[in-house]
Design a protein around this ligand. Structure first.
Ligand code: BGC
Length: 350
């Protein structure tokens, strides 16, 4: 179905923002704005075919600009944290914005979530382009990023990330939608049942930077290898859960076989029957259980978002990789092409 476009307000800097609506032949509707590439709504059917909005967000652009915890946004240049906002690359030390305690988070003060992307619609989706200038938020090199959102008739929302640079730079792009599969973000997500295809995770220090250890999930509340409710163990007396105030950790995905996307996670919500599967080419997945939501944000339709009213499944390379040579590299060099694909597939349980 053709993509439609309507106005969605004007940024504080005076730029006009548009909202694009994608629909497939099976009732799914996704609305995206060019500011931050934000998915402002995603309507998906429950087991009776009733549509509801399964992502958190705001009604107005001003709310997204003022106080959004990255609701629905594209994240760049670097998803998650870089310790002390500092890294050394080819013997040169770079200093980034510190926007999360002592650390750099999600690309800095004005990351890819807060810029207006250049959007070109096509029949089944959108191509979003942004050129990040050399030195932006402290990063080296001009980075040309292209992200394609495609909605298929198989109820998949596909994200294709590409980037190239003229100087070596870290790159780790992701999408930060908060889901509540029960619809309309009206209650917590603790009863959602999660499966993560990960034997290991990266434990963190008190500022949520990986310690460098790659730990087995076995015998810990991080073992989601069999389907388990988010809330089943979230309040256990566990040092890692205390640090994240719940789940806010990078899982090391089981990767075997080809280079194509593999199943990383499955989430099921029993009252609606909605199911979501996440496939990715990335080696990691940040499972964030919305712990820092605290009832101070009023979202779409005036709904107050309390703690753990949404969860994120951010496909990515590991946090702070530029400071951990044992982690898969996130450095993109001139002449190389960054490519990454993630698929969210929506369905219902029988
Ligand atoms: C981080 C959280 C952070 C959240 C919103 C997640 O990706 O891991 O620590 O609070 O994003 O900023």
């Amino acid at each position: 179905m053709p993509v439609t476009r309507e106005p969605f307000g004007t940024t504080r800097e005076g730029k006009a923002v548009s909202v694009y609506t994608l629909k497939n032949g099976r009732g799914i509707e996704v609305r995206v704005i060019d500011y931050g590439g934000i998915i402002v709504s995603l309507r998906a059917p429950d087991r009776a075919g009733r549509l509801a909005d399964i992502v958190l967000g705001f009604d107005s652009l001003a709310d997204y600009e003022r106080s959004s915890p990255y609701f629905g946004s594209l994240i760049g240049r670097y998803g998650n944290r870089i310790a002390g906002g500092r890294f050394t690359l080819d013997s040169k030390t770079y200093t980034l914005a510190r926007n999360n305690g002592p650390n750099h988070l999600h690309g800095g003060l004005k990351g890819f979530d807060k810029v207006v992307w250049d959007v070109t619609p096509f029949e089944r989706g959108l191509v979003l382009r942004y050129t990040s200038p050399d030195g932006e938020e402290g990063y080296p090199g001009t980075l040309r990023a292209t992200v394609t959102y495609t909605l298929t008739d198989q109820n998949e929302l596909i994200f294709d990330y590409e980037a190239s640079t003229d100087r070596a730079t870290p790159v780790n792009l992701t999408q930060h939608s908060y889901f509540n599969l029960a619809g309309d973000g009206r209650r917590d997500v603790l009863a959602h049942v999660v499966t993560l295809y990960a034997d290991r995770f990266t434990p963190v220090d008190s500022t949520l930077i990986p310690t460098g250890e790659i730990a087995s999930v076995g015998g810990t509340p991080f073992d989601f290898r069999t389907p388990t409710a988010i809330g089943a163990r979230i309040n256990q007396d566990d040092a890692q859960l205390r640090r994240g105030r719940g789940y806010d950790h990078n899982f090391v995905l089981d990767k075997s076989g080809g280079a194509g996307p593999t199943l990383a996670a499955r989430v099921e919500e029993s009252s609606s029957g909605r199911v979501m599967e996440i496939y990715t080419t990335e080696p990691g997945l940040q499972f964030y259980s919305g712990n820092f939501l605290d009832g101070t944000l009023r979202g779409k339709g005036g709904v107050v978002y309390g703690q753990r009213f949404g969860f994120c499944m951010e496909t990515q390379h590991f946090p702070d990789s530029p400071n951990h040579s044992a982690f898969p590299s996130t450095i993109l060099r001139p002449g190389e092409q960054y490519r990454s694909r993630t698929i969210y597939r929506f369905g219902v349980a029988p």
